[in-house]
Structure formats: structure tokens, C-alpha cells
Design a binder for this molecule. Structure first.
Ligand code: GLU
Length: 296
């Protein structure tokens, strides 16, 4: 990967991310047998950003189950991650839980019965449990920077509040959302946190996180909606359920085989990691790992 010239550009609209060097690349692969393979900057922490939407969705489904689907759809959006256009035509019901509007509804669900601090703490504890690593923390400066500049997300939340699809005060919901996006993890921690999705909802020690059916469905959503309006292209090139974030991370799952985290901060024009996507494409080619392949 070091020889690749085109590294994309880092997300500049989030103050804490604008100054990160694109000359970084890390990868971690956790096998279903517990093996771990790492490369590059696999132990450097980065802002997981939208990858947090996978963990927040898992938590919200644990709270309200399928009722969630009356407030959020399950279709790819075909629009940019922060688009407001579709929401008007669709009466404040976001297309899916992985676009920003959908993640804001999920944050609203997770806030029910809690103070924001408790809700954020609950999500952080969940991620620490999944990764089996209590050192995972939130980068407060990234959260603050986004709260100060996140006009579009604040607009999305206000707009959905007008439709009654955000139930708590907008500043509480966006506060939770900005904090979940600011969780900092390295590739090893992230690949570990994704293990339950490759193991039919179980942790390696057998603990059931979600049912096998729910894990399958979360994977399906990652495949169809995990890369915004480039989800089709990611499925075509890589063929694994995956969720990207504008911090340059991608969590990809090969059910029964591997949980993979890759990170490189330069993004392509769709907001997905340029080198991360390329690395996953090459890994898929080399291993045959794809949900569309008989070799998997
Ligand atoms: N915090 C980012 C935002 O809301 C997340 C976007 C992303 O990672 O795609 O704009």
C-alpha cells in the first residue's frame, strides 16, 4: 500500500480530522479461529465516525427490536451520507440507519430513559465489551469540534423533530451522536469489536450479543447501505458487508471467516477510505472471501 500515490483527501469539515496525515495505513484481521494478523499502523487510534452507527444500531435493536423499523427504513439511499433532500419526500423517515439522518433517529432511541451522559456511557461500555478492551475512549475534542460545526446534522435532527421522528431535544440527540462518532479505536480494537457479526451474533467466548438472525440482518444492512451512495460499488469491488467512516476506517465482515478493520484517512469522492477500500478489494481477491463466492 505504501507505493500507492492516490490516497484521496482527509475529511476537512470536521475540525479534529482536518490535520491528520493521509500517509497512514493500518489493517487488522481477526479470524473466526481467534487468530490475529496485523499490518502497518494497526495500533494507531483513529476516529471511528460512522462505523459507530453499527454499534449504536445493535444497541437500539436490543432496546426496541423491530419497532425501530417504523422510524427508520432499510433501503440504500443513493444519496450522500448527510443528504436532507430525501427526508422531505419521505416524511421524516430516513432511508436506513447508516445515513446520518437514520443514525440520529437511532441515537434518539438509545437516549430513551437516559441522560445523554448515560446513553453515551452505555454505548462506550458496549463497544468496550465487544472489543474486550476497556481502554477505548471518546476523543472529546473531535466531539466538541463537530458540535460546533455540525450545522447539517443539527438541521437534519430539527427537520425530523418537526415530523415527530426525533422525540428528545435536538441538542441532546446531536450531542450523543457527535460523541459516538468521536469514539477512537485502532484497527485491532475495531476488528475485535466486529467479531460478533462474523460469529452469528456470538462473542468468541460464546456470549450471545444478538441472535443469529439479527447479526445476519445487520450484515445485510452493512452490505446494502454501509458505504452511502457507493454501497453498490463496494459490494461490487469487495463483496463483504462493510461500514465506513469519514475518519478513514472501514469495518468489514466475512461471516464465519473474519472480522477485518482497515484504516487510511484519505477519502475518495464518496467519503470512503481510498486505500482502505483498495486493500479490502485486494484481500478479497487473494483469499476469495466474499459473500458472493463459493470459496467463502
Ligand atoms: N460525524 C460524521 C458526520 O456526521 C460522520 C460521517 C461519516 O463518518 O460518514 O458528518
Amino acid at each position: 500500500m505504501a507505493a500507492e500515490q492516490d490516497r484521496g483527501t482527509v475529511a476537512r469539515y470536521i475540525p479534529g480530522l482536518a490535520s491528520i496525515s493521509p500517509d497512514q495505513f493500518g489493517m487488522a484481521v481477526v479470524g473466526a479461529d481467534g487468530s490475529l494478523a496485523t499490518g502497518g499502523d494497526a495500533k494507531t487510534s483513529f476516529s471511528i465516525q460512522s462505523i459507530s452507527k453499527v454499534f449504536a444500531l445493535t444497541m437500539a435493536l436490543g432496546k426496541v427490536g423491530d419497532q425501530l423499523w417504523s422510524r427508520v427504513g432499510r433501503e440504500p439511499s443513493g444519496n450522500a451520507f448527510n443528504s436532507i433532500v430525501q427526508l422531505e419526500a419521505e416524511h421524516g423517515i430516513p432511508r436506513n440507519p447508516f445515513i446520518n439522518a437514520g443514525a440520529l433517529v437511532v441515537a434518539d432511541v438509545n437516549l430513551s430513559g437516559h441522560m445523554p451522559r448515560e446513553s453515551i456511557g452505555e454505548l462506550l461500555r458496549f463497544v468496550r465489551y465487544l472489543a474486550d478492551d476497556d481502554s477505548i475512549a471518546i476523543d472529546e475534542s473531535v466531539a466538541r469540534g463537530e458540535a460546533e460545526t455540525g450545522y447539517r446534522n443539527i438541521a437534519l435532527a430539527n427537520y425530523m423533530r418537526a415530523f415527530g421522528n426525533i422525540r428528545h431535544a435536538v441538542e441532546l440527540v446531536t450531542g450523543c451522536y457527535f460523541h459516538q462518532c468521536a469514539i477512537a479505536m485502532d484497527c485491532v480494537q475495531l476488528a475485535r469489536a466486529g467479531r460478533f457479526l462474523m460469529l452469528d451474533g456470538r462473542q468468541p467466548d460464546g456470549g450471545q450479543v444478538v441472535s443469529a438472525r439479527r447479526a445476519r440482518r445487520i450484515n445485510a444492512l452493512m452490505l446494502t447501505c454501509g458505504h452511502y451512495d457507493a454501497s453498490g460499488d463496494f459490494a461490487f469491488r469487495v463483496g463483504m458487508p462493510g461500514k465506513s467512516g469519514v475518519g478513514g476506517g472501514i469495518l468489514a465482515v466475512v461471516p464465519g471467516k473474519a472480522s477485518i478493520a482497515v484504516w487510511s484517512p484519505g477519502l475518495n469522492e464518496s467519503g470512503n477510505s481510498q486505500l482502505g477500500t483498495l486493500a479490502l478489494e485486494r484481500l478479497a481477491e487473494a483469499t476469495g472471501w466474499s459473500v458472493f463466492s463459493a470459496r467463502t
